[in-house]
Design a protein around this ligand. Structure first.
Ligand code: FE2
Ligand code: FE2
Length: 321
């Protein structure tokens, strides 16, 4: 009975007319190639607000997000073929390109910086491969698309948070490459924040399915990634477990993550939960001004932080349907 119902809903999903609303007003975004040539030399462990556990959350994210991005790429490729609107199709191609480069560059950071600093990258990759290969990758495509839209909601929330709090979230000792990596990634997550959602709404639009993907994304990002973060300071320095200094940091880090004024979760929980609104859309949050500010900081030819590492950019063509 349940299997028949699932089959019916998958069939319905595939059969839905993919006649698109207009996407002509959307601002196109390019695929940027960057090469930070990470060496780990000036990397500062507590780069996120001088907080060890909070910084570990960000590094755990760097390791695990590459798997989320592979899932996003695979799911986006599959659904691109179901989209007939040439502009949305082009936006999906640009999203795939941006995510592919995020994954590649984060893997370089993980290999060339984190491994040199005794982060458990290989062990966490082993864990993530099992979760993704035996779990998420086996989901039916409609659920994968919903999960993808949920993941993209979280990255859009984090990007908006980072752009709003840019001057206060990084420790002074953060090196340009680590800072540039995260700023560039946040800028692009904000640029493409509506693509997965638009595709989901166009192809499915099923509210319950959308929320199922959101719950899975919440469990992954706030549960699994956080569990990974908790392990990092202990695996790197086992004596942390009996160190009063470390436990003081735990209190401070939890404040850094959860305080309602500028905590990455504490100040964004309302934004995260907006996804539950039936009429939610990622562009309800207009981030144009923040995005322009980040582009100036990163891409100004004279002063942009990204310029020394920027190699080229490419705008996929809009192809007639
Ligand atoms: Fe990304
Ligand atoms: Fe993304």
């Amino acid at each position: 009975m349940l299997v028949r119902k699932i089959k019916q809903s998958v069939g319905q999903f595939m059969a839905n007319a993919i006649e698109s609303p207009s996407f002509t007003h959307k601002i196109p975004f390019p695929i940027r190639h960057v090469d930070f040539k990470f060496d780990g030399e000036s990397f500062y462990d507590n780069f996120y607000r001088n907080a060890e556990l909070a910084s570990a959350y960000v590094t755990a994210m760097s390791i695990f997000l590459t798997y989320g991005e592979e899932l996003v790429i695979e799911t986006a490729r599959y659904h691109r073929d179901l989209v007939t609107d040439p502009i949305l199709k082009q936006r999906v191609t640009a999203l795939i390109g941006q995510e592919a480069i995020h994954s590649k560059v984060h893997n370089a950071f993980n290999d060339q910086t984190l491994i040199n600093h005794q982060y458990p990258v290989r062990f966490y990759r082993f864990l993530a491969e099992n979760v993704f290969n035996y779990g998420f990758h086996r989901f039916p495509q409609p659920l994968k698309l919903s999960l993808m839209a949920g993941i993209e909601h979280f990255t859009a929330v984090f990007a908006e948070f980072a752009m709003k709090h840019d001057t206060e979230i990084w420790a002074e000792q953060i090196d340009d490459k680590t800072k540039g990596l995260w700023m560039w990634h946040f800028m692009e997550e904000s640029e493409h924040k509506d693509v997965a959602y638009d595709v989901f709404q166009l192809i499915s639009g099923n509210y319950s399915l959308r929320i199922a993907g959101f719950l899975l994304a919440s469990f992954t990002i706030m549960g699994l990634v956080f569990a990974g973060a908790v392990g990092i300071p202990i695996l790197r320095r086992p004596l942390n477990i009996i160190s009063p200094r470390y436990w003081k940091d735990v209190t401070y880090s939890l404040k850094v993550l959860w305080n309602p004024r500028n905590g990455v979760f504490g100040s964004t929980v309302g934004h995260i939960m907006e996804y539950l609104r039936p009429d939610f859309h990622p562009n309800d949050h207009d981030t144009t001004v923040y995005l322009e500010d980040y582009k100036e900081k990163l891409l100004n030819p004279e002063t942009g932080l990204l310029i020394p590492y920027f190699t080229k950019e490419f705008m996929p063509k809009v192809q007639a349907a």
